[in-house]
Design a protein around this ligand. Structure first.
Ligand SMILES: [Zn+2]
Length: 429
């Protein structure tokens, strides 16, 4: 009886965890005209709504609406003739379901033994940190663990260098990739961990470490990520509390890089795309910059892994194109084809294009910065929003999709890595 009581207490705690999102509705919005696009954008701003994907004609948007704002939001949409569907009337139910599924998966594995890296869990910051330490100790010939700096709250921002030779004296091209710059995009973590697994532990394709060096940074936004494992699963930014305005905190790290900084982002700290006080004002963005500073001559491919939407996006966020845009597009298409060939049937094919043309204008992004400073091929990859087989619950993770997310993204990464290796060889003949 006591055990049963404990169980109820535990379930009660789990259910209480997402109270802050109780009654939040997830709306699918279909727009047909520019006026309707503008209305949805206006409403989202005026009501301070969390826009998961922007509605444009031919592409439905997804908007999260707090309980008390639902009537007004719906009335305005109806008055303007904008079609909408309520995908979830209470997003807390989905969050509870996600928790339940993930904890069941974790139990099957007797907790979490990362040395064998079961791909049915989303690992915490601490678990990933332990794994990276273990990896560096177990594979000293190929893996070097580096601390790029400290986050706002003082957590290490660690990455690994993988090389079959001496990384520092190597002349090979580098593939640099990172995940979790946006905290809530949990499904991006398996993509980098899977790559590490295939480059270090279960090496089945020798050529990938023969002529290519790798830099892999799994948790680019440690504080935000830790925060998203607590009360605020849908937290996106870092945890900077030093912004001087009310109680709002956090900077969108993917608007904080020094390229077109502040031109298409928000100067309001309460908003999710707040760009910070200046370019590289945030220690997390500055840590990533330090990697570019050190290895810019050799980085041939940069992949900033986000979710969601099944997209491979490239520079620049103001609709202008880099001089090698044709080649950037071509490689993007090749990577997309590699992923599409093995993707889940219910996820759409990847869309490849300029980020502003496919999505919306954005400034200060990591991938634009990389392209601008001389990385020849730089992309933001938006992983699929896996939907539990039924709907579009973009950020939520079904354990059954975790390994697939790693596996299919790896197919695209391999295509990109081999392409830049071959073009690097040609340019060095
Ligand atoms: Zn993102």
């Amino acid at each position: 009886m006591l055990r049963l009581g404990c169980l109820f207490v535990i379930i009660g705690l789990a259910l209480a965890k997402h109270e802050v999102y109780d009654g939040y509705g997830l709306y699918k919005v279909s727009v047909k005209t520019t006026e309707q696009v503008e209305l949805v954008n206006y409403l989202s701003k005026a009501l301070d709504l969390d826009v998961w994907s922007h509605a444009i004609p031919g592409h439905d948007g997804q908007v999260l609406v707090p309980k008390d704002k639902k009537p007004l939001f719906q009335n305005e949409l109806k008055a303007a003739g904008v079609e909408f569907q309520i995908e979830s009337d209470n997003i807390k139910d989905i969050l509870d379901l996600e928790d339940h599924l993930l904890s069941e998966a974790a139990k099957k594995n007797n907790g979490s033994r990362l040395d064998s890296l079961p791909f049915d869990q989303i690992y915490t910051y601490h678990q990933v940190d332990t794994f990276l330490e273990m990896l560096a100790a177990a594979y000293p010939e190929t893996v070097t663990l580096v601390n790029a700096g400290k986050s706002f709250e003082g957590r290490d921002i660690k990455y690994i260098k993988v090389s079959s030779g001496d990384f520092e004296t190597s002349t090979r091209p580098i593939v640099f990739m990172e995940s979790l710059l946006h905290a809530r995009e949990w499904i991006t973590l398996p993509a980098t961990l899977y790559a590490i697994h295939k480059l270090v532990i279960d090496v089945t394709e020798q050529d990938l470490i023969q002529d290519i060096d790798w830099i892999i940074l799994p948790i680019a936004n440690p504080d935000g990520y830790v925060h998203s494992h607590g009360e605020f699963r849908l937290w996106r930014k870092n945890r900077n509390t030093n912004l001087g305005v009310g109680t709002c905190m956090g900077v969108d790290l993917n608007r904080n890089f020094d390229f077109q900084w502040s031109e298409a982002s928000s100067n309001i700290p309460c908003l999710d795309n707040y760009h910070g006080r200046g370019p590289f004002s945030e220690p997390e963005a500055a840590a990533i910059k330090s990697v570019f500073d050190q290895y810019i001559d050799r980085i041939g491919l940069f992949l900033d892994i986000h979710s969601f939407g099944s997209m491979i996006l490239y520079a620049y966020g103001d609709k202008t194109l880099p001089p090698n845009a044709l080649m950037v597009h071509l490689l993007g298409v090749r990577m997309a084809e590699s992923i599409d060939a093995v993707k889940m049937s219910w996820n759409p094919n990847y869309v490849v294009g300029n980020s502003a043309m496919v999505l919306y204008d954005a400034s200060g992004t990591a991938s634009d910065y990389a392209q601008f400073i001389g990385v020849p091929y730089s992309y933001t990859i938006e992983l699929p929003g896996h939907r539990f087989g039924i709907g579009g619950f973009g950020f939520f993770v079904d354990p059954a999709f975790i390994e697939q997310a790693g596996f299919e993204t790896w197919e695209g990464i391999k295509t990109g890595a081999r392409f830049i290796r071959d073009s690097f060889k040609k340019s060095n003949v």
